[in-house]
Design a protein around this ligand. Structure first.
Ligand code: TYD
Length: 206
């Protein structure tokens, strides 16, 4: 079972990922917990290039870095785990590219869909949990977290974008959820962690 968690900045993906991983462990189900960008050796090298606020990456170059990260991640981590019959929990995946580079940066969404098919060999998640909340709330949370972790300089390139950019991303995710209702489950990220956990487990049939 291939599960992805998606959402705007500060939606609480890491907290939800942690709760899902704990539940799979409790049930003694084998799983791999991973993320994009940076879920494999090559990706760990690409990730700082993508998140560094000081670098001015052209949006096409940015796109191909995300796709390169994904291609290697699928080949090296995700597909092998699925072939072993394990669960894969992935924090962000192809829907993030379509939301951020497509709806956010204005690149052609259908083209991005096809490029993601190329990068992944057509591998899409069985289930995508979309954590949805107003972008102001999410950005305030993300900013507080970055401050706590001292990441504001090195890891804030996307957070630093204008509010309108994040609004487009939120709408993009919601548009995708409406287009693929079988795969997506939209969860209100403002619920308490306990309520979210319950809804997420239900969405995964656990
Ligand atoms: P990360 O620190 O993982 O952020 P978050 O905690 O919000 O997941 O940084 C990933 C950033 O990269 C995030 O702002 C979203 C962006 N991104 C894209 O623009 N395109 C993509 O394909 C992916 C996977 C992420």
């Amino acid at each position: 079972m291939f599960v992805t968690v998606e959402g705007v900045e500060g939606a609480g993906k890491s907290t939800l990922m942690g709760m899902l991983a704990a539940e799979l462990e409790r049930r003694k189900l084998s799983f791999v917990r991973t993320r994009e960008p940076g879920g494999c050796g090559l990706g760990a090298k690409i990730r700082p290039l993508l998140l560094d606020v000081s670098s001015r990456v052209d949006s096409r170059a940015e796109l191909f870095l995300f796709l390169a990260d994904r291609a290697q991640h699928v080949a090296e981590v995700i597909r092998p785990a699925l072939e072993r019959g394990e669960w894969v929990l992935c924090d962000r995946y192809a829907d993030s590219t379509i939301a951020y580079q497509g709806y956010g940066r204005g690149m052609d969404v259908e083209r991005l869909q096809a490029l993601n098919d190329d990068a992944t060999g057509g591998l899409w998640p069985d289930r995508t949990l979309l954590l949805d909340l107003p972008v102001e709330t999410g950005l305030a949370r993300a900013l507080a977290r970055n401050g706590r972790e001292g990441l504001s300089l090195s890891e804030g390139r996307f957070e630093a974008e204008a509010l309108a950019f994040h609004e487009r991303i939120r709408e993009g995710f919601l548009a995708r959820a409406a287009r693929w209702p079988e795969r997506f489950r939209v969860l209100d990220a403002r619920l308490s962690p306990e309520e979210l956990r319950a809804k997420a487990l239900e969405a995964l049939g656990l």
